[in-house]
Write a protein that binds this ligand. Structure first.
Ligand code: AMP
Length: 222
């Protein structure tokens, strides 16, 4: 199963990817996570990427294409993978096609999670994460028991540098201008499955499984 998760920032791609990883036993490849790790570790790539990320702009295509080229060749990707946050431009999508062609491989599905801008701003401004264990929270929809403290490990929760309202608006603009054209790019190829992204997490997950030709989770009412 080789899958792309497409959708605006805050559509729930990361959340759904975690469930899909468990369901299909394939890795999630998030270029955003890889870049954030590089920033944290202070690598040369991280130092270069940080300026773009803080502004809500895209990191240059050749950087993220290089990341994906290396990552999909790793052994855990042999049965498939979930690309989360890549591709984000037509040039990245074309580079991916070329890479896969050379590997005699191809994509199975592109899942587009559709969410309106105002809902995204509400979701992202309230998003908090634990830098120690990676757990995610939302101050309104999924708050921790004690404000600012991770339920799982007691770590101090932080807001991502790019989850402030101004940066979110820039990221949405970038999404509409540079990434949304991928919807028709993959639609033309017959790979696109669009899922409304404004229900509960479980309901959205089941819609994705059905769109991918699988069944919803037994016992689930969603
Ligand atoms: P994300 O966690 O997917 O929202 O990504 C956070 C930030 O990392 C984005 O706003 C971009 O600055 C950068 N980024 C992640 N993936 C890509 C990509 N495929 N192309 C360019 N920049 C990316």
């Amino acid at each position: 199963m080789k899958l792309i998760l497409l959708g605006p920032p805050g559509a729930g791609k990361g959340t759904q990817a975690v469930r899909l990883v468990e369901h299909y036993k394939i890795p999630q490849i998030s270029t955003g996570d890889i870049l954030r790790k590089a920033v944290k570790e202070g690598t040369e790539m991280g130092a270069m990427a940080k300026g773009y990320m803080d502004k809500g702009a895209l990191v240059p295509d050749e950087v993220v294409i290089g990341i994906i080229r290396d990552r999909i060749l790793e052994s855990d990707c042999k049965n498939g993978y979930i690309l989360d946050g890549f591709p984000r431009t037509i040039a990245q999508a074309e580079a991916l096609d070329e890479m896969l062609g050379k590997m005699n491989s191809r994509l199975d599905h592109v899942v587009n999670i559709a969410v309106k801008d105002e809902e995204i701003v509400k979701r992202l401004t309230g998003r908090r994460t634990c830098p120690a264990c990676g757990a995610g929270y939302h101050i309104q929809f999924d708050p921790p028991a004690k404000e600012g403290v991770c339920d799982k490990c007691g770590g101090a929760l932080i807001q991502r540098d790019d989850d402030t309202e101004g940066t979110i608006r820039s990221r949405l603009k970038v999404y509409r201008e540079q990434t949304e054209p991928l919807i028709s790019f993959y639609g033309t190829k017959g790979l696109l499955r669009t899922i409304p992204g404004e229900g509960g997490m479980e309901e959205i997950f089941n819609s994705i499984l059905i769109a991918l030709g699988g069944d919803k989770i037994p016992g689930s009412d969603a």
